[in-house]
Design a protein around this ligand. Structure first.
Ligand SMILES: *[C@@H]1O[C@H](CO)[C@@H](O)[C@H](O)[C@H]1NC(C)=O
Ligand SMILES: *[C@@H]1O[C@H](CO)[C@@H](O)[C@H](O)[C@H]1NC(C)=O
Ligand SMILES: *[C@@H]1O[C@H](CO)[C@@H](O)[C@H](O)[C@H]1NC(C)=O
Ligand SMILES: *[C@@H]1O[C@H](CO)[C@@H](O)[C@H](O)[C@H]1NC(C)=O
Length: 458
């Protein structure tokens, strides 16, 4: 099975090589030519055999795009006959098989066929036939394209369509391409191209269409030629209005500033042409325009005063406007956050912060208190002295060292119920009598002797 396959492959390769060799008596380097009108074009043919060892006979013929076929030249090694109509138009110098076309015109387009018979002197009777076809187009180079925009003036976003037109004075088979800010523009639901791409309709025009447009014209004989750049200006906005300040403390829409501090607020929005801005104060139940322009300057001494402000941005071309509201709270930021005071319901975020901080502080205090009198620590200290307690069989014995330790022992008196028992944190100072001390120590000794010491530490 495999052997058969291999044989077949071998036969195929031999056949292929044979075909290759047989077709290599002539070679045409270029089978498609893009000629330039008015220039000459050489249909070059390389012969891969010695002319002295063979006789040749052949023709060059032309099939026009319309389909008309004409024999241009009939030749042998020694002579050539050129069609009378083409005598001044073609140049053929036998035995050179190449054909030169002078002053190309549109009529020269089409397919050129070379038919060549070769008979080698040492193999008379064996005629090798070679056939080749070369395709020729004739183009006029493209002149610099001209770009036009309609309407010529700046347009308002969403309210206008823009048509771009690209044209060339000279050039055949021109292909147009469009660039915005040097990036190719493709078709989309708002971008519509004509059949030949020479017009681009943007409908409707949007903010992102703003930019510098160019058209590029090219054809097979001209590299892309660029039109001059033309700007498309689109009026839009305001978008993304926001109020910012480098001073003060910002919490959402609430700015907290120190009393007496001079604070600047900036109002910004994306808009073309630039917005006009007004600042409005809404405090004391009255709305009042304070200032115009993108900047607001505030210096306030009224502590615990929450004031409402509004920045309004207006685009006088698009006739659209946007507003951003914020609250200004005057509070001493430098002397600790607990001192923040608020007034009215409008400062709820600040109130929330204060409550949160108080809660966190309380938690920390609680944690600290628990740490200072944690039962486990005390248990540890007991465990570190197992010898002291376990070596005492009688409750009356060894009282002399107990004076130092009585305060601690009290916590150990409940190790058997460690999980549920809450050790009390009683300070040494609060144990007033020796009687108390005795009782405490007694309890400890009894419990420790009953419980194996290793069970105190899991
Ligand atoms: C055939 O003629 C062309 C131009 O006329 C020339 O460039 C080419 O070298 C010639 N070929 C041979 C084999 O002489
Ligand atoms: C823009 O073109 C759309 C169709 O694509 C048309 O409906 C609309 O009226 C045009 N708008 C203007 C302002 O010409
Ligand atoms: C629109 O606003 C711009 C910038 O704020 C200003 O220069 C221009 O005069 C205004 N135009 C009109 C018609 O109000
Ligand atoms: C303040 O505003 C409220 C409603 O916003 C209104 O009912 C009240 O009359 C106003 N007070 C004054 C003094 O303007």
């Amino acid at each position: 099975m495999e052997a058969t396959g291999r044989t077949a492959l071998y036969v195929c390769s031999v056949l292929f090589i044979f075909t290759e060799v047989s077709s290599e008596f002539i070679h045409i380097p270029t089978l498609v030519h893009h000629g330039i009108e008015g220039k000459s074009l050489l249909l070059s043919v390389e012969t891969h055999f010695l002319m002295d060892e063979a006789e040749i006979q052949g023709t060059w013929s032309h099939t026009k795009l319309s389909g008309t076929r004409t024999t241009l030249v009939t030749f042998t090694k020694q002579a050539a006959i050129t069609d009378m109509m083409y005598r001044n138009h073609l140049l053929f110098r036998e035995p050179n098989v190449s054909l030169l076309i002078r002053k190309l015109n549109q009529e020269d387009e089409g397919d050129y066929h070379l038919s060549l018979n070769i008979e080698f002197h040492n193999k008379t009777g064996l005629v090798i036939k070679e056939e080749r076809t070369v395709h020729v187009t004739v183009d006029v180079p493209v002149s610099i394209p001209m770009i036009q925009k309609s309407p010529s003036y700046a347009v308002v976003e969403d309210k206008a369509n823009v048509t771009w037109t690209c044209s060339v004075e000279r050039g055949t088979r021109v292909v147009f391409q469009w660039l915005r800010n040097n990036v190719a523009v493709g078709a989309s639901n708002r971008y519509h191209f004509s059949q030949d791409n020479s017009t681009l309709l943007i409908s409707p025009v949007r903010k992102e269409d703003k930019g510098t447009y160019r058209c590029v014209a090219s054809n097979p004989v001209s590299q892309g030629r660029n039109s001059r750049p033309v700007e498309l200006n689109v009026y839009y906005g305001p978008y993304n209005l926001e109020v910012n300040s480098v001073q003060g403390l910002r919490t959402g829409e609430v700015f907290t500033i120190n009393p007496g501090e001079l604070v600047f607020f900036e109002c910004q929005a994306d808009s073309n042409p630039p917005n006009s801005y007004v600042w409005i104060s809404k405090s004391r139940n009255a709305t009042q325009i304070i200032t115009e322009g993108p900047r607001l300057e505030v210096r306030s001494y009224r502590l615990a005063q929450a004031e409402e402000y509004l920045c309004r941005a207006f685009n006088n071309v698009t006739q659209k406007q946007d507003e951003a509201q914020f609250t200004l709270v005057v509070a001493s930021l430098g002397t600790g956050k607990e001192k923040h005071t608020q007034e009215g319901g409008s400062v709820s975020p600040l109130a929330a912060i204060t409550v949160c901080s108080l809660f966190v502080i309380s938690l920390m205090l609680l944690f600290f208190l628990r740490k200072t009198c944690h039962p486990k620590r005390v248990l540890m200290s007991i465990y570190n002295r197992p010898f002291l307690e376990q070596k005492r069989p009688h409750r009356s014995a060894g009282h002399e060292d107990a004076t130092e330790d009585f305060g601690i022992y009290e916590f150990v008196s409940i190790p058997g119920k460690m999980e549920s028992a809450q050790a009390s944190c009683r300070s040494l100072a609060r144990l007033e009598s020796i009687q108390d001390m005795h009782t405490t120590i007694y309890d400890v000794i009894r419990h420790v002797s009953e419980t194996p010491s290793h069970s105190l530490l899991e």
